[in-house]
Design a binder for this molecule. Sequence first.
Ligand code: CAA
Length: 286
Amino acid sequence: MSEIKNVTVIGGGTMGNGIAHVFAMSSFRVNLVETNRELADKALAAIDKNLSRMQSKGKISQDEKSTALGRIETHTGVKGAVENAGLVIEAVPENFELKKKIFEQVDQYAPASAILASNTSSISITKLAAATKRPDKFIGMHFFNPVPVMKLVEVINGLKTSPDITKTVLTISENLGKVPVEANDSPGFVSNRVLMPMINEAIYCVYEGVATPEAVDNVMKLGMAHPMGPLRLADFIGLDVCLDILHVLYDGFKDPKYRPCPLLVKMVDAGKLGNKTGSGFYAYEM
Ligand code: CAA
C-alpha cells in the first residue's frame, strides 16, 4: 500500500479533470491546477458532470459524489498546489517546452520525496525527467480518455526511473481500480506506437479514395469489434494530437512508415481538429 495521500494534477483539460476525478473517487486529496479561475471552475464543472453521469447510472451514490468533489481543491498557481504533494501528475498540452517549464517549477516547490509523473502520450519521459533534479523519481503515467471509464494506465520508465518508484506507481494505479501496464521509454511507448499507425492508415484509405470515413470505421467496428472506428477515435483524441504523436514517431525512429498522411496535415491546418472544434472526419454539436 502506498502512503501517498495528496496528489496534485496540473492541467484541468479532458485528461487532467479525468485524472483528478479518479483520484478523488479513490480517497486521495487532490489539488487541481489551471492557469486561471475560469478554467479551474470549468474543470471542476466537468468533473461534477461526469460524477453526476455515474450517479444517474447508479454506479455511485449522491454521498460518494459529494465526498469526491469535496476532496478536490482548485488552484491557479503551482507553488501552493504542490507543497504537500506526494505525487504530481502533469497533464498539460503536448508541448515539450511547456512541460519542461512546469516540471522545473514543480521540482523547486514539491517535497524532495514527491514523485513527478507526466501523462504525456508520446514525449520522451527520459528527456522530461532531465529537466528536474530528481530523474530517479520521474515516471510516465499515461491515462486514456475517458479516464473514469478506461482501465489502462501505461506506466513508463525513464532511463533513470528507480524501480521503487515504478513499484509505488503500479500500486497507486491498482488502488485507483486501474490496470497498470509497464513499458520502457521509447517514442510513442506501446499504446501510440501501435494505435497511431492504424489511425494514419485509416486516413490514407480516405485520402486515396479507397472508402468513405463511415465505411472505414464500419470495417473496424463490425469486423474487428473496436468500440469506435479509427476515424471517429481520431476525432475523439483530436486530430492535432494525432499529428503531434505521428511527428514524434517519425522523428524518433526516422522511419517513413510513420509519415503523417497529407490529409491529416491539411485538416489540422484548416482547424478541423475533431470533436473539440465541432468538425473532423465527422460533424459534432458544440
Ligand atoms: N466519465 C464517466 N463515465 C463516462 C464518461 C466520462 N467522461 N464517458 C463515458 N462514460 C460512461 C457512460 O456513462 C457509460 O456508462 P454505462 O456503461 O454504465 O452505461 C459508458 O461509459 C459508455 O458510454 P456511452 O454509453 O456514452 O457510449 P459508448 O458505449 O459509445 O462508449 C466510449 C463511449 C467509452 C468512449 C467508447 O466508445 C470507447 O471505449 N471508445 C474508445 C475509447 C478509446 O479508445 N480511448 C482511448 C483513446 S487514446 C487516449 O486517450 C490516449 C492517447 O494517448 C491518444
